[in-house]
Ligand binder design. Structure first.
Ligand code: BGC
Length: 450
């Protein structure tokens, strides 16, 4: 067994997590530039001012991708590098950075997968309310137009927004990510609607690019059945798409149902007029602009079963079961069930646009990084993905490992290392880990010998 002939093998990153170059060449400030400097916001008081210094080492980084043998790369644009004020004036120098990146990728046979928004809103737009302002959809549309003009001749694979669940859930509900605010349920619901409209407007623009495929990248907290019994499989499917009234921003369905099916989950409408924003038929048409794929960022999930009373029970992890440095469970079976359920419900080919593991990597006395646990993680998750790709019912189009290199892990700072490449955050030296070579082998063999 292996993956399909035209399978995309890639790695993924995000602008704020790797670029650095905070104030360079006319870049405007983003909400992460501001938030990361807020007292107590980030572990050990770290920030992304320099991150991996990718802004100055882009060429070396693409060479490292070439060494991996991947044929795709998922990255995001720093909106405020291109439009320092969020709208209006173009910053040519900033825009050219991505021109150079895209050209270098294409010269090396690496297909660019571009994310417009991976969390770093221009601060000027946050000052006007960010996603709480209904005008956000127009700002995002204008930005998408720029992206189309600038890169649409060479880039054909787009994601509008990365993990809208985190954008709003972490940024506006829990306040643990930029912009670091906690708004009322009513405001959360309105931000959700504004975000969906922003997505819709951008998708509509991007779809006019010749040959373009468009999606958005969803959080992938999915549920696997505790056994292969029909009732457990049904329970896992139900739970994967369940809506949580108390946390409407956290689930897959809050975003995927309006986008792919043109309707919010039915429980959503139960909030009633007092809490819900104004929703028109036209809005829903815009939000459900047809997309080409489902992009899933998948790290961990849970197992569930059907209880005798018809409810759904969650299987508690065994005492002493392993956790990653992030404290996340290791659940490869979700890599089979998650994409399978998503394909079944929405009928769109699935890309795994993020998957990976944070470990306590360090340089051994022989000068290398022996991250055996990452290799095992990679193999076991990919094996499950391969099972889905070959089950005759699910279309899997690609896999992007998170991440190409260690980087700025948001509120966790630099202590969480997710990379296939180790980064020394003082010298910015890159050092491929053992898993880099293992992944290169997997890619070469198209996943045959997992
Ligand atoms: C995000 C990444 C992040 C990764 C690991 C995803 O939530 O898209 O930016 O680094 O998971 O936490």
């Amino acid at each position: 067994m292996e993956f399909g002939k035209n399978f995309y093998w890639g790695t993924a990153t995000a602008a704020y997590q790797i670029e650095g170059g905070r104030n360079e060449d006319g870049k405007g400030e983003s909400i992460w530039d501001v938030y990361s400097h807020r007292d107590g916001a980030i572990a050990r008081g770290e920030n992304g001012d320099h991150a991996c210094d990718h802004y100055h080492r882009m060429s070396e980084d693409v060479d490292l991708m070439k060494g991996l043998g991947v044929n795709a790369y998922r990255f995001s644009l720093a909106w405020s590098r291109i439009l320092p004020e969020g709208t209006g004036r173009l910053n040519t120098k900033g825009a050219d950075f991505y021109n150079r990146l895209i050209d270098k990728l294409l010269e090396n046979g690496i297909t660019p997968f571009l994310t417009l928004y991976h969390w770093d809103l221009p601060q000027t737009l946050q000052n006007r309310g960010g996603f709480l302002n209904p005008e956000m959809a127009d700002w995002f549309e204008e930005y998408a137009e720029r992206v189309k003009e600038l890169y649409g001749d060479r880039v054909k694979n787009f994601m509008t927004i990365n993990e809208p669940q985190c954008v709003l859930g972490c940024g506006y509900r829990l306040g643990v990510h930029a912009p670091g605010i906690k708004v009322s349920l009513k405001e959360q619901l309105s931000a959700l609607h504004n975000l969906l409209k922003s997505h819709g407007k951008a998708a509509r623009v991007l779809k006019t690019i010749k040959g373009a495929e468009v999606g958005y990248a969803s959080c992938g907290y999915t549920y696997a059945p505790a056994s292969e019994k029909k009732e457990d499989i049904e329970a896992a499917y139900e739970r994967t798409f369940a809506f949580e009234g108390e946390n409407p921003l956290g689930t897959i369905s809050s975003f995927a149902e309006p986008i792919f099916l043109g309707k919010y989950p039915k429980e959503y409408y139960e909030y009633g007029e007092e809490l819900l924003p104004k929703i028109t038929e036209e809005d829903m048409k815009l939000i459900s602009t047809p997309l080409d794929f489902f992009a899933l960022n998948i790290y961990e999930g849970k197992k569930v079963y059907r209880k005798a009373d018809g409810g759904i029970g969650e299987v508690e992890p065994k005492p002493g079961s392993p956790k990653t440095q992030m404290g996340w469970e290791i659940t490869p079976e979700n890599m089979y069930w998650g994409p399978k359920f998503l394909y079944k419900r929405y009928g769109k080919k699935v890309y795994i646009t993020e998957n990976g593991v944070s470990l306590a990597d360090y340089v051994f006395s022989d000068g290398k990084i022996h991250d055996t646990y990452r290799t095992e993680y990679l193999r076991t998750y990919l094996k499950e993905l391969r099972r889905a790709a070959n089950d005759g019912e699910t279309k899997i189009a690609g896999y992007f490992h998170w991440s190409l290199m260690d980087n700025f892990e948001w509120a966790e700072g630099y202590k969480q290392r997710f990379g296939l490449i180790y980064v020394d955050f003082e010298t910015f030296e890159r050092l491929p880990k053992d898993s880099y070579y293992e992944y290169a082998k997997i890619v070469r063999e198209n996943g045959k010998n997992l």
